[in-house]
Design a protein. Structure first.
Length: 171
């Protein structure tokens, strides 16, 4: 008959026997416990406690300070400032003659311009596609002041439509 090969194990180290706990009286633990109890007992009973010190309140007499009388003003400007009127001329805002426009893109194909116009329309803004010689410009506006144009620009930037520029153009 043929011999079967022996199974090889992967264990390389011999199995060590667990060390048995030593049995005996725990002298060290008992010694530490006795020292600790003695230390606490010494501070509880042997150390003298200080006597309570009684503090008697002193009779305190408060002196009331009287404020001196208000001195007379030595300067004249205090009297003149009370009756002085100041007139300030505020210039009127200059109304711009040209409006602000915002250009958000310029494309060679009308289809690309209409795609951007649709994305801007989803943000609630109206756009115009202007045709120049060979370009289709996507323009927003006109705006009376730059602040209104910047407000719409920030709205478009939050919608991830970047690249818009505000121009001071003629229609």
């Amino acid at each position: 008959m043929a011999k079967k090969p022996l199974k090889r194990t992967t264990r390389k180290r011999p199995v060590s026997k667990k060390k048995q706990a030593r049995k005996g009286f725990p002298f060290l633990a008992v010694g530490i416990a006795i020292l600790l109890i003695g230390f606490i007992g010494y501070f509880v009973f042997a150390v003298d406690k200080p006597e309570e010190v009684v503090v008697y309140p002193k009779n305190i007499i408060k002196e009331v300070e009287v404020l001196p009388e208000k001195p007379e003003p030595r300067w004249e400007y205090e009297k003149t400032l009370k009756t002085k009127e100041i007139k300030v001329d505020i210039p009127k805002k200059q109304v711009s003659k040209r409006p602000y426009l915002m250009q958000c893109g310029s494309f060679r194909r009308l289809n690309d311009a209409e795609t951007l116009k649709a994305r801007i329309a989803f943000q609630g803004l109206n756009t115009i596609i202007k045709k120049t010689t060979t370009w289709y410009r996507v323009v927003l506006g006109p705006y009376d002041n730059k602040r209104l144009a910047e407000k719409d620009l920030h709205k478009l930037q939050r919608a991830n439509i970047n690249g818009c520029m505000i121009w001071y153009w003629d229609l």
